[in-house]
Design a protein around this ligand. Structure first.
Ligand SMILES: CC(C)(COP(=O)(O)OP(=O)(O)OC[C@H]1O[C@@H](n2cnc3c(N)ncnc32)[C@H](O)[C@@H]1OP(=O)(O)O)[C@@H](O)C(=O)NCCC(=O)NCCS
Length: 182
């Protein structure tokens, strides 16, 4: 099965999303270190950027750095990666710097990236989250993913979420992205 590449640059109402480049190593090291699993240096981050650039070049998916349209520092990234999925049915992932949380950027970036991933010809995407990660679970729900199954690894439960192409990502209602209409 062949797929077309995702566009390099993706724009949303508030964001511009572009591929990772070597100069992203500094803030990405901060982001990976913020996971709390040890210090990640800019050199370590540069290795991950190079691997990401290979994924982009070979398979046309990968990470996009989020920045505000009016410019400024990176906010984090959204990505379509193989992860626990496959090249045909890859995973959505996202991670924002702490200062960028709580503004809807992960949701806005993910909606656009998911649309770009379906634009490649793919018809199913996955995302896997730990049960304690409420903010991430809320992002997935807003983007339109549904809970599929639960597996377990050495760190505990993994909640698998699926999104089928053709089903449009949940659109924000008139009161914003997370209104509930009873
Ligand atoms: C998961 C993560 C990206 C979510 O970030 P976030 O800031 O909560 O998510 P969003 O950017 O979509 O923001 C949504 C929040 O912003 C607020 N918000 C403000 N303006 C908004 C808007 N225009 N649209 C949507 N939400 C908006 C909402 O109140 C919402 O809060 P809620 O989730 O409590 O309802 C972030 O917590 C993170 O980077 N965590 C560490 C890495 C991680 O866990 N990654 C996922 C691995 S599975």
């Amino acid at each position: 099965m062949t797929f077309t590449p995702m566009p390099e640059r993706i724009a949303t109402p508030r964001l511009v999303m572009t591929p990772q480049v070597p100069s992203d190593a500094g803030w990405l090291a901060d982001l990976f270190t913020a996971r709390g699993k040890g210090v990640v240096t800019p050199d370590d981050a540069a290795v991950r950027i190079a691997a990401m650039q290979e994924l982009v070049a070979e398979h046309g998916i990968g990470a996009r750095v989020l920045r505000l349209r009016e410019g400024g520092d990176a906010l984090g990234y959204c990505a379509i990666v193989v992860g626990r999925g496959s090249l045909e049915e890859p995973e959505l992932a996202y991670e924002l710097l702490p200062a960028a949380h709580g503004h809807g950027y992960a949701t806005e970036g993910s909606r656009a990236l998911v649309a770009a991933a379906f634009g490649t010809g793919r018809t199913r995407l996955w995302s896997t989250v730990r049960p304690w990660n409420e903010p991430s679970l809320r992002v997935l729900a807003r983007v339109g993913f549904r809970r599929s199954r639960t597996t377990t690894d050495a760190q505990g439960e993994i909640l698998w979420h699926v999104l089928d192409g053709g089903r449009r990502p949940a659109a924000p209602g008139p009161w914003g992205a997370h209104d509930v209409v009873a």
